[in-house]
Design a protein around this ligand. Structure first.
Ligand SMILES: Nc1ncnc2c1ncn2[C@@H]1O[C@H](COP(=O)(O)OP(=O)(O)OP(=O)(O)O)[C@@H](O)[C@H]1O
Length: 190
């Protein structure tokens, strides 16, 4: 009985510690990213019901409507270009090199979302034509937006902005040219 009580206290301490650290979902992502991808896929397929997802139905979020945002940034840029159903297979398809970069950016975003001030992250992604740069960038955009949205009080705030030097490059990633982005928008860096 004494052992049981002691174990119970340890469990309670561990649970308290868990609540004081990272959000559960992202903690799982860090511990076992493969499983997290599978879990999300199962949720999509309806095999697992997620209480969190149910709570986020439109009915429980009064602000979730089709009205135009009051934000100074155009609403067409606020939504991630891919839906969850589209992104899951993409995330699963990433090869080892692509995943390594995605996780590095995710890790940075998670630190930021947890109120830490990580050093600015500069990642140079290069490769020949058709090697998967845009494919990876779309995955990064989705994950970064999903995580960084937690840092903003207004869900319509733009947290991830995709830019490219040329119109064609910007079009390929559903982003803006750098010129257009800096010319049209007031961007606050935090
Ligand atoms: N890991 C992957 N698994 C499956 N398909 C992939 C993967 N990476 C890239 N692709 C696919 O390969 C094709 C080319 O990828 P992508 O357009 O991202 O290349 P890119 O390096 O951006 O090319 P470019 O430099 O010509 O713009 C796309 O159809 C993309 O969906």
């Amino acid at each position: 009985m004494a052992d049981f009580v002691k174990t119970g206290q340890e469990l309670e301490d561990a649970e308290n510690q868990l609540h004081e650290t990272d959000p559960k979902e992202d903690a799982w992502c860090e511990l076992c990213p493969e499983s997290e991808l599978n879990r999300r896929e199962c949720i999509d397929e309806g095999k697992v019901t997620s209480v969190i997802e149910e709570d986020l139905s439109e009915a429980t979020i009064p602000d979730l409507n089709n009205e135009k945002s009051s934000s100074s940034v155009g609403t067409n840029l606020l939504s991630v270009s891919l839906t969850k159903n589209e992104i899951i297979p993409r995330l699963r398809s990433l090869n080892v090199k692509q995943r390594r970069i995605l996780y590095k950016v995710r890790d940075w975003c998670i630190q930021k979302a947890n109120g830490k001030t990580p050093k600015p992250l500069h990642v140079f992604i290069t490769g020949g034509a058709g090697t998967g740069k845009s494919h990876l960038i779309k995955c990064i955009q989705y994950e970064a937006t999903r995580i960084l949205a937690q840092t903003s009080e207004n869900p319509d705030d733009l947290t991830v902005l995709l830019t490219a030097p040329t119109g064609t490059a910007a079009f390929n990633i559903h982003g803006l040219t750098i010129h257009s982005a800096l010319g049209n928008f007031q961007i606050t860096f935090t």
